[in-house]
Design a protein around this ligand. Sequence first.
Ligand code: MG
Length: 271
Amino acid sequence: MKYCRFLFENQTHYGAVEDRDGEPWIVDLARAPDEDLAFRLEHHRATSWSFDFEPMPLSAAELLAPVTPSKIVCVGRNYRDHVKEMDSELPAEPLLFFKPVSALLRPGGVVLMPAASSRVDFEGELALVIGRRVRNLKEEDWRSAIRGYTLANDVTARDLQKTDDQWARAKGFDTFCPVGPLVSDELDAASGLTLETRVNNEVRQHGSTLDFIFPIPKLLAYITAAMTLEAGDLVLTGTPSGVGALKAGDCVEVTIPGLGVLANTVEPDAG
Ligand code: MG
């Protein structure tokens, strides 16, 4: 199924997303034809979720990030062509870092360029949404750990990434983690997903998850050998080549067929 999270009459709702004449619509989970009862009950307990809204086009909704993770685990240098463009070494093991949950940004939200940086880059990425508590996952069990997939933009202060020893600041400014617009379990990443990033309608990144240096089973086994992942946690799987700087007024869009379009604009942080 596909689902999103949105504000309606000042309340947070989860809704199923279904196609109506080629357009995505949000419908009540309770009325969704492919309702996932376990998911619905989990969120009924955890949120002020209610049944009271009429179906609406996804484009008309005030969308929120579709997940509320306890942590955001990111993988750096996971596409060969991106490693090459950054003049980096091919990693022997996955390179992990975090983004703080305070960096989360809703679809349509504004990426704020911090005064401390003079180069803010986009990095379009496929994100995994973890479905259950998992530790020491075996590679062959990877599918059971994932609730679904979504889109993310690993926004990066590239200058600070080079001058700071640790990446906490360069990757961690408020608004540096746009996520959404929806979560879907109807894709198969193992068969290859095509990711595209556009800036002001110009294609800047075009990659396939088949080009991962470390495929998803390896990533999840590696991460969960170090730390417990919780339901709702995000794993950003790395970015293909083509990363570049953003400027005020830009509109950056990340897309994978089946996951919609994650669109955000860019403005200076007025403080
Ligand atoms: Mg990245």
